[in-house]
Design a protein around this ligand. Structure first.
Ligand SMILES: [Zn+2]
Length: 133
């Protein structure tokens, strides 16, 4: 676990305590872009509950079997090296980003357009589609 003064794992260049940590501690993401960043850093830090909490319950990534879902996220988090994040564009409810990831020394990076929707007044990750390289 990183100390609060360390660089934020979402690659913003800011200190973790001034970037994603307040959200991980229960703060609200004001925009989808901020939420997207905080989810990337949550994956890196293994904050499984945060990932689950910020997934829209009506979206395709939501799993009713929370134990199995938790296990999947933990496995992904543990076996992936989170080497970079670039926000390519962000609109009112969509974020396009490039995630640089390695798994077993293999480059598994991808570009994704994520769709966000509000649920009870809070932004949630709804769905995502990977783009061809
Ligand atoms: Zn951050």
């Amino acid at each position: 676990m990183k100390t609060p003064n360390a660089a934020c794992p979402c690659w913003s260049g800011l200190a973790y305590e001034k970037c994603c940590q307040p959200l991980h501690k229960g703060g609200e993401a004001p925009t989808p872009e901020v939420l997207m960043r905080s989810r990337y850093s949550a994956y890196k830090l293994g904050l499984v509950d945060y990932i689950m909490k910020t997934t829209h319950p009506d979206g395709p990534r939501f799993q009713a079997d929370t134990a199995a879902w938790k296990h999947d996220i933990e496995a992904f988090s543990k076996h992936t090296h989170f080497a970079g994040l670039q926000i390519l564009s962000a609109s009112e409810d969509k974020v396009m980003f490039r995630a640089t990831l390695f798994a077993n020394s293999q480059d598994v990076s991808y570009t994704e357009i994520s769709v966000f929707r509000q649920h009870n007044g809070h932004w949630k990750y709804f769905s995502g589609a990977h783009l061809d390289p």
